[in-house]
Design a protein around this ligand. Structure first.
Ligand code: PMP
Length: 451
């Protein structure tokens, strides 16, 4: 390995970092991570921290998951690649599709379409939604509705349903026909409503209103994350997603759950939709499906949609979408091992218990640090604190303060993620009580340093 100085000096010379200004990468070298063990990461200077980011919400089982590593290695030896385009398949992906069918049975989802990641999964689900309506003779259903603050990926169709201007403006015009309704975000919303249940009802009314305005017969699908992630961890009230399901059903609109973060235990249940008692028509997964060790994803599809495609006699059901790496055997082998470990360890239970500990700890920190304007979480290991320089106006905090907070927290033992004025905490689902205490203590030190 090159030495620390070389790596820091050369980091941003020849590479561009996603979601980062190139000038910023040049001016502020990032933490260069060179090792991972258990739920801890080590940087190029040998500093070790608990990874409170969990990779990027994906390393649910930590960095030492031997069964997944061994499965990848064994599959590389046996068959490192074969496509599943028309005319061929591979054994690993067939086995995986059986396992996913069982895993997603309580969500009513049985068919899988494989991808290389979350943006890919979203792209496929959005395409299949339009195609489903075309097969059924409702070709006018082409629009998509989604939540402001939602994040669904980088491809143009997925970016068009993104609800955050930061991920849109540079690339506009995006796809026409995509419309957004307010998210059930109690800290900031256009209704100035702080009661979560009342806010959920107002957002549902906004959805009804938008459907009436657009015309239900023009809308293909409504897309939502069961708990909004990148937007700053926004858990809706328990009545919200069931309310969305009921409205979609009444208007013949498909419900696509973006479970790229929430599937496989993160919310304290096996999927985010199940957490709210909702059966979506399609569910987009990626990230933790392989514990982040291999780029992979799957769109899970309901029986009802599956049958429409499979029984089509017009030719419109031909799936004219696919990636070279759809059904990659190494990704499939990783996912099989990952699912087995996920279930063997029942990680959802630890996510629920440690998530409660994290949420309670953050609530205590908010009593001590006036900089914390809002604490969100309590649904598994997805939590955030939103910082404000002025509780009356809810103004955000400046970047320098955030950088110092991040650095001091890091020096005190926890890698956290800054997004806007939010500090997001999404550690691996296998964290111990002690790890959560370490994260909270490190954050306390970071907040004290900028108080
Ligand atoms: N949907 C959600 C909810 C996500 O959080 C992400 C990534 N953070 C994506 C889609 C896009 O996934 P990917 O980065 O793997 O393309």
């Amino acid at each position: 390995m090159k030495d620390s100085n070389f790596l820091k000096e050369h980091n941003a010379r020849n590479l561009w970092h996603p979601m980062t200004h190139p000038a910023d990468s040049l001016a502020n070298p990032p933490q260069i991570i060179v090792g991972g063990e258990g739920v801890e990461i080590t940087d190029v200077d040998g500093h070790r921290t608990v990874d409170a980011v969990g990779g990027l919400w994906n390393v649910n089982l930590g960095y030492s998951c031997a069964p997944v590593k061994e499965a990848i290695s064994a599959q590389l030896d046996k068959l490192p690649y074969y496509s599943i385009f028309r005319g061929t398949s591979n054994d690993a992906v067939i086995e995986l599709s059986q396992m996913l069918k069982d895993f997603f049975a309580p969500d009513g989802l049985s068919r899988a379409f494989f991808t290389s990641g979350g943006s890919d999964s979203m792209e496929i689900a959005l395409r299949l939604a339009r195609q489903y309506h075309k097969i059924r003779g409702e070709a006018g259903r082409v629009k998509y509705l989604s939540l402001k603050k939602g994040y669904h990926g980088t491809h143009t169709l997925a970016a068009s349903v993104n609800g955050n201007a930061n991920f849109r403006t540079q690339y506009e015009p995006l796809m026409p026909g995509c419309f957004h309704i307010p998210a059930p975000y109690t800290y900031r919303n256009p209704f100035n409503e702080t009661d979560p249940e009342k806010l959920a009802q107002l957002c549902l009314a906004a959805l009804e209103d938008e459907i009436a305005f657009q015309g239900a017969e023009t809308i293909a699908a409504f897309v939502m994350e069961p708990v909004l992630g990148a937007g700053g961890v926004i858990p809706p009230h328990a009545s919200f997603m069931p309310g969305v399901r009921e409205i979609c059903d009444r208007h013949g609109i498909l419900l696509i759950a973006d479970e790229v973060i929430t599937a496989f235990g993160r919310t304290g249940d096996w999927t985010g939709s199940r957490h709210w008692g909702v059966k979506p028509d399609m569910s987009c997964t990626a990230k933790a499906i392989t514990n982040g060790y291999f780029p992979f994803g799957a769109v899970m599809i309901s029986d009802a949609i599956g049958e429409v495609f499979e029984n089509d006699k017009t030719g419109k059901g031909a799936i004219a979408s696919g990636y070279t790496y759809s059904g990659h055997p190494v990704g499939a082998a990783a996912a099989i091992a990952c699912l087995q470990e996920t279930e063997r360890l029942q990680v959802k239970d630890n996510a629920a218990a440690r998530g409660t500990q994290m949420f309670e700890g953050l609530t205590r920190l908010a009593e001590k640090h006036p900089l914390i304007g809002d604490v969100r979480g309590g649904h598994g290991l997805m939590s955030a604190i939103e910082l404000t320089s002025d509780p009356a106006t809810k103004a955000g905090v400046d970047k320098k303060l955030l950088a110092t907070l991040h650095q001091v927290t890091y020096e005190n033992g926890a890698m956290v993620r800054i997004s806007g004025s939010n500090i997001i905490l999404s550690p691996p689902l296998v964290v111990s009580e002690g790890h959560v205490d370490t994260i909270l203590d490190a954050l306390d030190a970071g907040l004290s340093a900028v108080a």
